[in-house]
Design a protein around this ligand. Structure first.
Ligand SMILES: [Ca+2]
Length: 186
């Protein structure tokens, strides 16, 4: 009987140990991000390009004709990774890894938004990045909690959806909004 009680105590302590040492909430796979009922439909006639490299969470390089072009994703800002001249921010490397997982080597479709300008002051193209399966990657970054909403010029085409996606991720404590990761701080 004693050994049974010991076994039970052991099982109980293992259970509590497991419960207390839970790591940060599991990452959502890029292709498993929940979509809102009014998720936008991909416009027709977008520019189809191949992703050469992923620079960090919100910036990629694509091949356009015979040029390699940097593309900064509109409406979002992922934390900095600490690479180059940047200062590492909470969840920067995680956001970069997530974008790599989703976009490295992929063919994507670029949507420009004239209200935001074609290029930023670093001469990077500014675009919404669509996957061929109809996902709007900029929006998914926010929904999964890998980015802050960021619109230096207001009212991009998808601003209302971007706002809501950030709010949902924050309310659900996803990604960088979790108390176990950054608690919404950089
Ligand atoms: Ca950034």
């Amino acid at each position: 009987m004693d050994s049974l009680r010991h076994l039970f105590a052991l099982a109980l302590s293992l259970f509590f140990l497991a419960a207390c040492s839970q790591p940060a909430p599991a990452a959502i796979a890029p292709d498993a991000v929940p979509r809102a009922a009014d998720y936008p439909a991909m416009p027709q006639n977008l520019q189809r390009v191949r992703v050469e490299t992923v620079v960090d969470g919100d910036t990629i390089r694509v091949r356009i004709g015979n040029r390699s072009e940097p593309v900064r994703m509109l409406g979002v800002n992922t934390p900095e990774t600490g690479a180059g001249s940047t200062t590492r921010e909470c969840f920067g490397p995680e956001a970069s890894d997530w974008t790599k997982q989703a976009l490295a080597g992929q063919t994507v479709l670029l949507e420009f938004d004239e209200s935001q300008g074609r290029r930023d002051r670093f001469d990077r193209l500014l675009a919404f990045v669509w996957l061929e399966d109809g996902r709007l990657f900029n929006l998914d970054l926010l929904t999964a909690g890998y980015a802050f909403e960021f619109e230096p010029r207001r009212d991009s085409k998808y601003q209302r959806l971007l706002d809501r996606a950030e709010r949902e991720a924050r309310d659900a404590g996803r990604g960088l909004w979790s108390a176990a990761t950054c608690d919404g701080r950089r």
